[in-house]
Design a binder for this molecule. Structure first.
Ligand SMILES: [Zn+2]
Ligand SMILES: [Zn+2]
Length: 165
């Protein structure tokens, strides 16, 4: 399997149970199936200790043409670009059947975004639990990032909301 950006042969990288493929030339990474979700369950500092560490920092982007449309390394069909979530500007390339491609540094940006989101939600949760501030909850549930919150956070918010009404 070759890199969709620079044609270099991709190298297999194992992160616990997940199999990822990294380009040794441009540091782009390919996540088959659910692998991206599994990898983003780790923290930024945990990933720094893995073979994906070079892909956290965008220092090889000069080697590729980011404007070029790219094709899935597995089936060769042109991939679709989509934004990870409404509050995060990262654009990912995805083959709906095979997986997701990240260019160099996008993994790092994604991990920082998820860490910030997690902190914001924990802070809101704590203040909700103590002050039972339902207006804050209502506000949070109207925000565009609500549906990209982890399921356990949504469940906590819902139980707080229902318990005291
Ligand atoms: Zn490459
Ligand atoms: Zn494909």
């Amino acid at each position: 399997m070759n890199c969709p950006r620079c044609e270099t042969a991709l190298k297999g990288v194992t992160i616990e149970d997940s199999q990822v493929h990294a380009c040794p030339n441009c540091d782009g990474t390919w996540y088959p199936d659910e692998a991206l979700g599994e990898v983003t369950d780790f923290t930024f500092s945990e990933l720094k200790e893995t073979e994906l560490s070079p892909s956290l920092v965008p220092d090889k982007l000069a080697r590729v043409d980011l404007d070029k449309a790219i094709c899935c390394p597995q089936c060769g069909k042109e991939m679709a670009r989509y934004t990870y979530s409404m509050t995060c500007r990262i654009e990912l390339d995805e083959c709906s059947e095979h997986g997701v491609w990240l260019d160099d540094g996008e993994l790092g940006t994604l991990m920082q975004y998820l860490t910030e989101l997690d902190k914001r939600v924990s802070a809101k949760e704590a203040s909700l639990a103590t002050s039972r501030n339902f207006e804050t909850l209502a506000e949070l549930s109207r925000s565009p990032s609500y549906y990209s919150l982890p399921t356990n956070v949504l469940a906590t918010l819902n139980s707080l909301y229902n318990r005291d009404r």
